[in-house]
Design a protein around this ligand. Structure first.
Ligand SMILES: Nc1nc2c(ncn2[C@@H]2O[C@H](COP(=O)(O)OP(=O)(O)O)[C@@H](O)[C@H]2O)c(=O)[nH]1
Ligand SMILES: [Mg+2]
Length: 253
């Protein structure tokens, strides 16, 4: 069994990719299960096998503690950590080969509080990986792309798990634009050229220096384009996951 956490900024397509990739895995005769770790999810595009909403209720926290929705979401994310043993037991009982873990809509609730990395490390002793999503439409601007690069480096730094990078919703861009962003992810010179061409002044200077800092850290962020709508990229995502999970390399890919 191995666990794959799907992480990305709000609306980057985590839940949609969880749904599409799990369907794709089922069609390839793989034994897959889904865990929803978002206590604040109103609707989900899949039926989770294990659901954080069975453990904590954001509505009840709002009523009981007089909290607004944001306060209750934070409290729910932290309370979930207390149930990590029970959730682990549920996951182990599933005996699935691959478990997709959909994480809270707002990434900071999971990635940038103490509870998220704690949950990720304590949730079973099985091997784990992270799939970090770059929203394709957002990433088309080099400034946004570099900002996302920093966020994904921050996520890597928090979890220290093997991490893959997906260009999500790639059906919303032309093939040419998808190739351009993938090229930025593979080739620092291509990104530097785009920064020179598209940005000026402080934005150019900062983006260039941020990009170089990431490059100097030796982290790699090769993007796998994927779409939950057309299922493009599912084969490549699966291959890359197999490679990092069975190869045991604790590095970004
Ligand atoms: N066209 C397109 N839309 C997508 C795709 N993935 C997600 N979306 C849409 O993007 C929005 C946010 O997706 P969701 O999975 O809820 O994002 P999350 O907050 O990261 O879980 C929804 O309206 C989805 O229908 C995709 O691959 N293609
Ligand atoms: Mg979601």
């Amino acid at each position: 069994m191995f666990l794959v956490f799907i992480i990305g900024t709000a609306g980057s397509g985590k839940s949609a990719l969880t749904a599409a990739f799990s369907e794709w895995l089922k069609m390839s005769k793989q034994d897959v299960a889904i865990v929803n770790l978002d206590p604040g999810a109103l609707t989900l595009p899949y039926t989770p096998d294990i659901d954080a909403r069975d453990y904590v209720s954001v509505e009840r926290l709002m009523d009981e503690y007089g909290l607004g929705p944001n306060g209750a979401l934070i409290m729910a994310a932290d309370l979930l950590a207390e149930d990590v043993e029970n959730i682990s037991k549920e996951i182990e009982d599933l005996k699935s080969d691959i478990v997709l873990v959909d994480t809270p809509g707002q990434m900071e609730l999971f990635a940038f509080r103490a509870s998220g990395p704690y949950i990720a490390s304590e949730l079973t002793r099985e091997p784990k990986a992270i799939v970090y999503l770059f929203d394709a439409v957002f990433s088309l601007n080099p400034l946004n792309y570099v900002s996302n690069l920093f966020l994904s480096a921050a996520v890597y730094n928090r979890f220290l798990l093997p991490q893959l990078h997906v260009l999500s919703k790639c059906d919303l861009l032309s093939e040419e634009d998808v190739n351009k962003i993938v090229d930025w992810s593979a080739n620092p010179n291509a990104l530097e050229n785009a920064i020179e061409q598209k940005l000026e002044g402080t934005k150019r200077l900062l983006s260039r220096n941020m990009m170089k800092a990431i490059h100097q850290l030796g982290l790699k962020f090769l993007l796998i384009p994927a779409s939950a709508k057309t299922n493009e990229g599912m084969v490549n995502l699966n291959m890359a996951l197999e490679r990092i999970l069975t190869g045991g390399d604790k590095y970004t890919y």
